[in-house]
Write a protein that binds this ligand. Sequence first.
Ligand SMILES: Nc1nc2c(ncn2[C@@H]2O[C@H](COP(=O)(O)OP(=O)(O)OP(=O)(O)O)[C@@H](O)[C@H]2O)c(=O)[nH]1
Length: 602
Amino acid sequence: MAKKKKAGKESEGSNIRTPIVCVLGHVDHGKTSLLDWIRGSSVVSGEAGAITQHIGATLVPFDAIGRMSGALQNLQINVPGLLFIDTPGHHAFTTLRARGGALADMAILVVDINEGFQPQTIEALEILRTYRTPFVVAATKIDRIHGWRVNKNAPFKKTFETQGDRAKQIFENKTYELIGKLSEMDFACERFDRVSDFARNVAIVPVSGVTGEGVPDLLMMLIGLAQRYMTEALAVSVDGPGAGTVLEVKEERGLGMTLDVILYDGTISVGEEIAVATADGVINQKVRSLLKPRPMSEILVEERFERVKTVTAAAGIKVSAPHLEGVIAGSPLRVVRTPADRDEINEEVRREVEEIHVNLAEEGIFIKADTIGALEALAKELQDHEIGIMRAEVGPVSRHDLIEVGTIKDKLNAVLLAFNTPILPDALEMLKDPTCRATVFTGDIIYKLIDDYTEWVEEQQRRIEAARFEHIILPAKITILEGCTFRQSNPAVVGVRILGGKLRNGVNLVRRDGKRIGQLKTIQIRGENVSEADAGAEVAISIDGPTIGRQINETDELYAEIPEHHVKVLEKEMLPTLKQGMKEVLEEYTSMRRKEHPFWGK
Ligand SMILES: Nc1nc2c(ncn2[C@@H]2O[C@H](COP(=O)(O)OP(=O)(O)OP(=O)(O)O)[C@@H](O)[C@H]2O)c(=O)[nH]1
């Protein structure tokens, strides 16, 4: 699997660095529980090489994994361990970027085996596809399968052997459902112990984040992925200049403003110069100190952090330096080794922050999100839905944004989608004003945001159509009832039956020979004025123009006169919405007209 990330310069010190792992999946499917179990049980596995807490991440060294899984003795292991990003979810995944790609080298996609695929599972898969990130599927909560016998911490095979036939059957069915769903999305996959070609198939590992069953297998699969397919991508020059991503900008007592950074390449040391981005441009500062969390056992020590001189990728580290106020979370951090490199590196940092991979269209909507990664993920989904984007920006929704959106002519495009980013108070105020033309949709789930927007568009289109069709004169055919002439003329008042279509006030009436006889003034049902009447109804109408017994007679049939351009709309656009009876009247009417002029209304 190709990785976009570049390794550092080749040098004598080349080494394989710790792969970075991120956990993704639908809400409540068990991401946090699984991470906790991995972290917790490796603490318990104790002694040498147990986990080390990083800033924003946890390093699970390989020997701890080995002890947990037991089955690894025969494997050649070249990676030191796995660095798990502590914050699960695809928002963290898209925020943490490294040189235009995803920071995480690999991912665990968590799916509750009992619930199967959910909207955010699909969203996570699309994100993994976009970033071409290798991943394994953790099918969680196997212990909830009806009749499951728990074997705490056991590898999958072991626990599966002890299950009864019924539990096994349910499990197999659920697994096949998962495989089916993944293949619908063009991911070939198999249960991990049945995969023969890991380059072609995504492995599904059944696990429980509560009992730890299957977790050893999951870790083994991750190590395998890293080893087999990423060796090249993970090769770093240990002593090359450090490159990382800013997770958070935080004020710490006694230290001032600090940066929590995931270092993914090279080395960073105290005293070195760094380049990071602020909202006003790139700044350069000297590293004052590098800090790691203290191990749990020493937590009572006055200072919460331990100072180190040098850190090598991959690692989570706190960086203290002067004047870090204004640094953007998500900004790249680069070490500048010599002043000669400064301009070039600063330019690279600037470009990385500004480079938003979104294809903009001449016509379309506005989108905003809290991070570049989130913005790109939203843009990608919109493009897949063929929704044009005119502008894409990071940040909260401002009054200024709404004014600009409001200038877009097409109402359906005068829209702003705000993904995971707030609306500022003055913009909120503006939205309350009924004259504000901008429509804003907010949300923190991409598919939901897009659904809300498309549903709104459909509703608007229905309304626009309805408003346009409202003025179209509908077909109607009536007959004057015998003995029901109540007034001969000025206006003529007669009883009629509507033979077909819908009769509306104000229409002109024509005879079967096409000659107009007058205008319909009022319709009454049992003495009450109404504006329209449907087929089958018997009503009294007044007509301005004719005299009964002269231009028209009792038992005559009349039509509502339909102008030629209305016939075009009726035949070309409204036909599917017309009832059968109305269509028949329309046909009679047009054939009457077309006797003389064959192309009338065409
Ligand atoms: N029985 C069982 N329960 C689980 C398992 N994994 C998670 N749960 C439970 O499911 C619920 C949600 O689990 P979390 O780990 O918080 O899920 P999450 O995906 O991190 O949730 P969000 O952070 O809200 O997206 C909790 O009540 C867990 O105890 C599992 O493997 N087995």
